[in-house]
Design a protein around this ligand. Structure first.
Ligand code: KIV
Ligand code: ZN
Length: 522
């Protein structure tokens, strides 16, 4: 009998820790709904103690999402555990608290400044505290792969004795290699008393490009939960990409014949696109499974082979992961009802007000281009829900530029009843539009990254701009915007980054987060 491998998705927690990837409440909710359709087993919805915004998002996801277990992260600090317990409570029987504490010598000596005995005591106390709130408790010895195996075994044993139902072994800094990581799991299975009473999980980072390989090696050695993110987003080089793990297990079921996952693979591409839109992190064209080129065969020899017999060069059927499932495009003649139905079919759950906002832009776009494709609609939805209630909206934009004139932009912004307008010259039309926004809001943003891409095909394709800005202090904020006009798309993207920056400043900042973590001493 094959064993199920539990898929634990941490896109909304570790994924969101990726610089510039932070999502607002509404974006997180859309991602959680898509993860439910993808049929992941666990959604780690956030780190509730970090901010009111994180707490509210986890609580809302725990209230609304049905099916997956909902987990909230907590350090071994009473305040964290209580916040996580309260946030996941609405999930009832499907509520999980995930507590973590660093165990490696380098973390004990330099970060925590705590002796081994203290680590064991904190582990026991914290798991017990979490267990008093929920029956499902996961414990992670952070930096496990660099922890002395004997000490790691002691900590894991203490966690299980205190009531942990899942023990997660993180390769926090992506240091492990497959053979050694698999051997570490085997070592724990052989040396931890009552190890069979808990699920062994792994959580691998991709610093050496081995997160997926390490996760699979661990499963072969007996782990039965894998943690990862959609598109592999996450701290630094990211986390193990869920789509790669799932498709490796499925495609090589001849080799991995002792286990399976219950992921609805046809939802993979949709999940990838949604996460990319919501996080503003572009998927590389050559990314396995979900990159634009993942199934594109360009050489004549390969194309010929595919036409003769698909399996000559294709190891997976692209339809199995959801490629090629596009519907007939809408046009400017399509009504509000048709557009709303298509949005629903694409999986978006939008309020009437949001549908109306999107419909206004749909009509504008429909006037400018012949067909409005599903991806165009996705970009419009994204534009609409990435805007928070207190956001500034682009009311008017006029740009003059050319070979014999100094590019100048006039911008009018609106927020509720308030409108503000200003003009600025710039080093090009895009720069002028951004400077005009800066003048209006009396700020200065520095563009660090700028990408423009066509959302759909054809000369009249919607242009989508993804950018990253530094508004001071090195904190990177992403922004995205779409329009048939790339200057307008750029102004929208910049304004989106500005709105996110203003929203985040009112919620929490990474600087405050570091201060907060240091104060807690864990
Ligand atoms: O990478 C890591 O160690 C983590 C833990 C919180 C599980 O993300
Ligand atoms: Zn991590």
């Amino acid at each position: 009998m094959a064993d199920k491998v539990i898929i634990f998705d941490t896109t909304l927690r570790d994924g969101e820790q990726c610089p510039g990837a932070s999502m607002n409440f509404r974006e997180k909710l859309e991602v959680a709904r898509q993860l439910q359709r993808l049929n992941v087993d666990v959604i780690e919805a956030g780190f509730p103690v970090i901010s009111d915004g994180d707490f509210d998002a986890v609580q809302k996801i725990a209230t609304e999402i049905r099916g997956p277990i909902i987990a909230g992260l907590a350090r071994c600090v009473p305040e964290d555990i209580d916040a996580a317990g309260a946030a996941v409570k609405p999930a009832g029987d499907r509520a999980r608290i995930h507590v973590f504490l660093a165990t490696s010598k380098i973390h004990r000596d330099f970060k925590l400044k705590k002796a081994s005995e203290e680590i064991i005591r904190l582990t026991i106390e914290s798991v017990k505290r979490a267990k008093a709130m929920v029956k499902d408790v996961e414990f992670s010895p952070e930096d496990a792969s660099r922890t002395e195996p004997e000490f790691l075994a002691q900590v894991v044993e203490a966690a299980i004795e205190a009531g942990a139902t899942t023990v997660n072994i993180p390769d926090t800094v992506g240091y492990a290699v497959p053979g050694q990581f698999g051997a570490l799991i085997s070592y724990l299975r052989a040396n931890v008393k009552r190890i069979d009473e808990a699920i062994i999980s792994v959580h691998c980072h991709n610093d050496l490009g081995m997160a997926v390989a390490n996760s699979l090696a661990a499963v072969q050695a007996g782990a039965r939960q894998i943690e990862g993110t959609v598109n592999g987003i996450g701290e630094r080089a990211g986390n193990a990409a869920i789509e790669e793990i799932v498709m490796a297990v499925k495609t090589r079921s001849d080799y991995f014949n002792d286990f399976y996952t219950e992921i609805n693979t046809r939802e993979i591409v949709k999940s990838s696109r949604l996460v990319s839109r919501m996080s503003g992190l572009i998927v590389a064209r050559s990314k396995a499974i979900v990159g634009e080129n993942a199934f594109a065969h360009s050489s004549g020899i390969h194309q010929d082979g595919i036409l003769k017999h698909r399996e000559t060069y294709e190891i997976m059927d692209p339809r199995d992961v959801g490629w090629g499932e596009t519907e007939l495009p809408l046009t400017k003649h399509s009504g509000r009802h048709a557009m709303a139905k298509r949005l629903q079919h694409l999986g978006y759950q939008l309020s009437d007000e949001e549908v109306q906002q999107i419909f206004v832009r749909f009509k504008e776009i429909g006037d400018k281009k012949k067909f409005v494709y599903d991806d165009d609609l996705g970009a419009l939805v994204d534009d609409s829900i990435s805007v928070t209630q207190e956001a500034w909206l682009l009311d008017y934009l006029n740009v003059t530029s050319g070979t014999a004139t100094i590019p100048t932009a006039t911008v009018r912004l609106r927020r509720g009843e308030e409108t503000l307008q200003d003009s600025s010259p710039g080093n090009g039309a895009v720069d002028a539009a951004m400077k005009a926004i800066d003048r209006i809001l009396n700020q200065r943003g520095h563009l660090v990254e700028y990408h423009v891409s066509a959302v759909s095909s054809g000369k009249d394709a919607l242009g989508e701009v993804n950018l990253k800005c530094d508004f001071g202090g090195g904190r990177l904020i992403t922004g995205k915007g779409a329009s048939t006009d790339v200057i307008e798309a750029s102004a929208r993207a910049y304004l989106n980054a500005v709105n996110r920056m203003l929203h985040q400043s009112s919620q929490h900042s990474p600087e405050k987060e570091v201060e907060f973590l240091e104060a807690a001493g864990v």
